[in-house]
Structures are given as structure tokens and as C-alpha cells.
Design a binder for this molecule. Structure first.
Ligand code: SAM
Length: 220
């Protein structure tokens, strides 16, 4: 396999990323998926949507390890083609084409900071969740006080926000924040593996976080 870097192709589609990250296309593999599922008390049969599911690694994991009825959504037909027999939808993160109030949990792993309108996506996640349902967001975050020359927060993804901005946005969408954890060590480990695999990590300093949020129980 050629590990040549094509700078116009995003990290998660680069051959070196498959070598560095394996089945999942993000820092930490399944560590944060399993942690969020355990914190939310994910039960067998729970209805779960993984937004930006890529090739479906998390959907497979939630089905096999937790017995969840998990489905995925992604806006890339190329990525979804690799999900093979899994139940997946081709959809934008901001317009999921799923009925309101039907999901017990939504995952969004290493995706939200890629979206041009993360606020709209959080509203959409809130809409599809049942009252009391959980949202797990794992994502890059710009290090607080680090700014690009144009004054915007910067990171690997063009839209990276700092951790406080994410929890503020989620709160504004109606969520209660249950957990906010820093997992920047997982990002550093992946960056090292990317270098060893012939790729280049993000230029701007960034961290990685897990946020678990819950839709209000009284919000039908
Ligand atoms: C870094 S990969 C992460 C994939 C997967 N969540 C994982 O952790 O392995 C980002 C994914 O987000 C998807 N994506 C990017 N923009 C999107 C959008 N506007 N709507 C839905 N999916 C999007 C990409 O196609 C890609 O599969």
C-alpha cells in the first residue's frame, strides 16, 4: 500500500491514517466510545445513532459489545461504502432524516468540529433524542488562548472550538452537561503513530475531549 500524502485529501481518508488509527479514524480507538456508553448506562436494545460514522467502526462496536440497535449516518458515500451490511444513512449532520425523539443515544466522534454549522447539528441531535437521551461528543479542541493569525480559534479541523465553547453550545441547544473530560494524551499518541506511518499531524496545537450531555427529561 502506498502511504503517499495527498494534502487535498482529509486526514481520515489518508492511507497513513488507516495504519495509525486502525478501524476507527480518530484518537483513542474505542476507549472513549466504551467510556461514554458505560457512563450513559447503554443497555441492550438501545437505539443509537452515530453521526459521521465513517466506515461504521462505532456502529459495529455498539452492536457487538453493548447489544445496542445502532445505526450510522455520514455525508460521504465513499466512507459509507465501506460500512457494508451495516444500517447506515447518507445524511448531513445538520439534517439527519430521522424522526424526532426516537434515539436513546447519539454519538458524534471526531466530526462536530468539521461541520460548518455545529450549533445547527447540536439542535438536530437534540431533536432526534428522546427526553433523557444522551449525546456523546468526542472531538479535537483548540487549546484555550491559542488563536490563529486571523483571531479565530484554530485546530486540525477548520472549525475547532475550545472545550468551553462546545459545552456552551450544547447547553444552548438544551442539553445538560454530565461530563467533560480532557483526553489530549490520546491525540498525542495518535499524532506519534501518524508520524511513524509517514503522515503529518495537525500544525496547530490542539487537545481532545469527551463531553457527555443529556436531553432534559421533561422535553417531549
Ligand atoms: C475523522 S472522520 C471520523 C469517522 C468516525 N466517526 C470515526 O471516528 O471513525 C470524520 C467523518 O465525518 C464525516 N463528515 C464530515 N462532514 C460531515 C457532515 N457535514 N455530515 C455528516 N458527516 C460528515 C466524514 O465523511 C467522516 O466520515
Amino acid at each position: 500500500m502506498s502511504l503517499t500524502t495527498n494534502v487535498r485529501i482529509p486526514h481520515w481518508k489518508q492511507p497513513y491514517m488507516r495504519v495509525a488509527a486502525g478501524e476507527t479514524l480518530r484518537p483513542g480507538g474505542f476507549a472513549l466510545t466504551d467510556r461514554a456508553a458505560a457512563l450513559a448506562g447503554l443497555a441492550p436494545g438501545a437505539r443509537v445513532l452515530d453521526v459521521g460514522c465513517g466506515t461504521g467502526a462505532t456502529v459495529r462496536r455498539l452492536r457487538s459489545r453493548f447489544g445496542a440497535f445502532a445505526i450510522g449516518a455520514d455525508n460521504s458515500a465513499d466512507q459509507l461504502a465501506e460500512a457494508r451490511a451495516l444500517p447506515v444513512l447518507c445524511a448531513e449532520g445538520t439534517s439527519l432524516g430521522v424522526a424526532s425523539g426516537v434515539m436513546d443515544m447519539v454519538f458524534c466522534e471526531c466530526v462536530l468540529s468539521l461541520l460548518t454549522n455545529p450549533r445547527k447539528a447540536l439542535d438536530e441531535f437534540y431533536r432526534v433524542l428522546r427526553p433523557g437521551g444522551y449525546l456523546a461528543v468526542a472531538d479535537l479542541h483548540a487549546l484555550e488562548h491559542e488563536q490563529c493569525a486571523d483571531g479565530q480559534a484554530c485546530g486540525c479541523a477548520g472549525n475547532a472550538f475550545d472545550a468551553r465553547q462546545l459545552t456552551d453550545m450544547a447547553s444552548r441547544a438544551g442539553f445538560s452537561i454530565r461530563t467533560r473530560e480532557d483526553h489530549s494524551g490520546l491525540l498525542r499518541e495518535l499524532a506519534a503513530r501518524m508520524v511513524l506511518a509517514g503522515g503529518s499531524p495537525c500544525g496547530a496545537p490542539s487537545g481532545y475531549m469527551l463531553v457527555l450531555a443529556q436531553k432534559r427529561n421533561d422535553d417531549a
